[in-house]
Design a protein around this ligand. Sequence first.
Ligand SMILES: [Zn+2]
Length: 556
Amino acid sequence: MLKARLRGGILNKVRRGEYRCPLPTGLVYDEAGNVTPDPDAQIRDTITHFFETFTRVGSACQTVKVFRKEGLNFPSRRVGGDTVFQPLTMSTAMRVLTSPRYAGAYVYGRRRYRRAADGQQKVQEKHDSSDWLACIPNAHPGYISWEQYQQNLKLLASNGRGYEMARGSPPREGAALLQGRAVCGQCGSHFRVRYRSTRGKQEAWYICDRAYRKLGDPDCQSIAGRPVDEAIGALVAERMTPAAVELALEIRREIEARQQEADQLRCRATERAQFEADLAQRRFMLVDPNNRLVADTLEAEWNDKLRLLAQTREERERARQQDQVLLDEAIRQRLVTMTTDFKKLWNDPTTPNRERKRLLAYVIEDATLIRQPLEGITRIQIRFRGGKTETLTVPNPKSSAQQVKTPRLVIQLVEMLLDNHIYSEIADILNKQGLRPGGSARPGRSNARFTALRVKYIVHQYVLRSRYDRLRDRGMLTIAEAATRLSVHEATVVTWAECGIIARHAYNAHAYLYELPETNLPAKHSSRWDRISDRAATFKICNKSKPEDPIKRGVV
Ligand SMILES: [Zn+2]
């Protein structure tokens, strides 16, 4: 009964936002019982810096990394009430980001405590603010606005590792520009980025493998990153010049401001150490020298504080030197020139990929990719911030098998040349025209040339009609047929052909087919006074009166 009435009283107070509950680090009750930011400037500044960093990098994990890199610690209130600074952890970052009190809201009942059957207390977290017993926005001063808080929650949710739903991801270090921003045109989920190293070069791939991971179905689509990224990069560099200057300037200002901020925080840490050392000294001075035991303890404490002070100072000096190196005059100059030209900033190889992606995030909402293998292209539909859309198409990169494939032009040429030439001649003609076999695309084979063997391979591989068949189609005879027709020995046919009495056509490097005149067949005839060379001459004169047959151009 009593408990219920007590509870009722608490709930009434809670609804009015008057019930005092423990505050997170960085907020305190003043004498009048109002919630105010901590009077300690170092605590306040660190928390402000934390929220600014999160807005800048867009993820809790990256914020923790930035704090670690800058050597900054985060305040944490101990049970006794004193505050210690310790390295920022992921859980602290999440707790601070999800706490509505930093947004100046009075809340109560975000968690439900229950005792289970085994006596263990169970805590159930309620994520929806409408389930809380009280949620009064703008009840007291905070570090961020209520809108900012809502936005942060949304960002955290979209960063969360949900495999099922389509989700973006905060910019990371990898080279794939559209990381977290590329949407599969087939199924609508976000692409994953995979990196693969081929011959020492790292290649990015956009892969939609959700179906595979969930059901073992084949991958939806995988798209090579390089052509897509190049097209996007070119588009962004071309389009965004006017707005870019502003943007680049802002980035520069941000870098400088961040360094100043970090230095200020370190300065505060030194001041605090100094203060504590002074305090320890005063305590030591005030103690009765006869009380040896206490004096010894206080002296040790004083020494500790002094050591801590020296350490903090040293750290600040080191960090400041590091910053100085970073903002060296030459670099400052480069930043200034860079700010005038977005294109340069974009194309500068020293610009980290993450910064480039952040620049891209200002410009592009997302890009939908559809690979169309039949046409050999990938279609990119870009949605700009502000609602404009644009479609780009890029050719798909050739697979290694396609790279070494003989070009269609060469095959057509071989097909044409086969009418009048043998393999070795075709190879010479192709080489003279500057054509190279497909295998020359392989690394270290750039000086490969066409040979008779390669031409033969092409003829067989692409099932071109052989030169032998072509000549036979034109009515050419084999040596046996010619010998029968002329009623002479095969050796005589060869002799006559060598002297030019009858025509012969090579169909490979050492084999011929024979072409006999329709009338006036040469007859076997042997005489001392009518030598074969003289007969050949008369034959040539007789045949000259006839128009030149185009087939004869190939006579060997
Ligand atoms: Zn897909």
